[in-house]
Design a protein around this ligand. Structure first.
Ligand SMILES: *[C@@H]1O[C@H](CO)[C@@H](O)[C@H](O)[C@H]1NC(C)=O
Length: 350
């Protein structure tokens, strides 16, 4: 029995040994393969870091490419720092969450420099809408009502949110008055409103874009499609919105009640401070936001029946930002979260 047992044992041990040897050989072999592969793609030193998998997934998802090894390593370092920021934010269990957006390989400074102009100079607006006496509704969602499409533009390197938002608010206004949703051309505003003190993909002003529409009309996006880069103006006589048809009204600055009235009537443009939106994924933004207006969105609805009342905004940073390109900002008095109450405006027919 003992012998048998020992024999069995030693047999077991030797087969265990050979399995171990096989494992060692196999792992040496795969290591050399891995080494070869990793040397070729020049990121060998990164393989011990578990975050690399997230980084690789990020690169694939957002189709990123880095020219040099140094660039790859530098971007991974920033990505890791951003993962920490995202984690720290989410650990605080606030009413909105962060996630890995396409901006996750940028420092905050780069994000700001690449995507938003330093500071918006708020153009003085001549007319202030009066809503006094109108009853306030409790909630509305213009996307659900068909006045705003779920198609989200991605401005990428083009600082064109002013043009995109003016075109979208104009399309929505057109829908409310004509019953059909025809996308107005933001590209025409980018290419053609230079004489109105706009500067294409280097930035512009909603108020000036509205002046352009008033004097020149605006094509449909079908006739003048969005490309998101500066082009020669190709405007022709074929316009969706006729000249002299649209004008811009302003909501009284820092007046929530007026803003609610205005959004009840139609989607409204709002200047906002978007500096803290780099990793926004979902939920209601309620603080951590400045009021240096640097970006334009449209407010496509609101809900005051919830515990935390909020505005629904539509952004122009693609579908992968926020909730399929949309976001929620808490409703509060004064200048509002991210300055959203400061300078709202909307198009009207003259
Ligand atoms: C907001 O505007 C309305 C007029 O539409 C006015 O009656 C009200 O006093 C204003 N509220 C604030 C806080 O300025």
């Amino acid at each position: 029995m003992d012998d048998q047992n020992q024999g069995h044992k030693s047999h077991k041990t030797s087969s265990l040994n050979s399995i171990l040897i096989l494992i060692v050989v196999l792992s040496l072999f795969s290591l050399s393969l891995a080494g070869y592969y990793l040397n070729r793609t020049n990121n060998f030193i990164l393989t011990t870091d578990f975050d690399i998998d997230k980084f690789k997934a990020f690169i694939i998802k957002y189709d990123k490419s880095y020219k040099t090894t140094d660039d790859y390593i530098a971007r991974f370092k920033i990505f890791k720092e951003n993962l920490l920021k995202i984690q720290n934010h989410n650990d605080m269990k606030k009413s909105w969450s962060f996630g890995i957006t396409k901006f996750a390989d940028l420092t905050q400074e780069e994000f700001i420099n690449n995507h938003i102009p330093a500071n918006y100079i708020v153009a003085t607006q001549s007319y202030v809408a009066k809503f006094e006496g109108k009853t306030e509704i409790k909630s509305i969602d213009w996307e659900k009502n068909g006045a705003v499409t779920s198609i989200v533009k991605d401005q990428e390197g083009c600082i064109g949110s002013w043009a995109i938002s003016v075109a979208e608010a104009t399309s929505a206004y057109y829908f409310i008055n004509h019953g059909s949703l025809i996308e107005a051309s933001s590209q025409e505003l980018i290419d053609c409103s230079g004489d109105y003190n706009n500067n294409g993909c280097s930035g512009g002003y909603a108020v000036n874009a509205f002046k352009y529409v008033k004097e020149n009309g605006l094509s449909s996006a079908e006739n003048y499609p969005f490309v998101g880069i500066d082009q020669e103006c190709k405007a022709n006589e074929q316009k969706l919105i006729m000249a002299n048809a649209i004008y811009q009204n302003s909501v009284q600055s820092n007046n929530v009640s007026e803003l609610i009235q205005a959004v009840s009537q139609q989607p409204v443009l709002a200047l906002v401070d978007s500096k803290s939106w780099q990793f926004y994924k979902s939920g209601i933004i309620t603080d951590d936001c400045g009021a240096n207006l640097n970006h334009v969105v449209i407010i496509t609805g609101f809900d005051t029946t919830q515990e935390k009342p909020y505005w629904i905004i539509k952004n122009s940073w693609g579908y992968d930002w926020g909730e399929n390109g949309f976001g929620k900002i808490g409703i509060s008095e004064g200048s509002g979260i991210c300055g959203i109450n400061m300078d709202p405006s909307f198009p009207v027919m003259l």
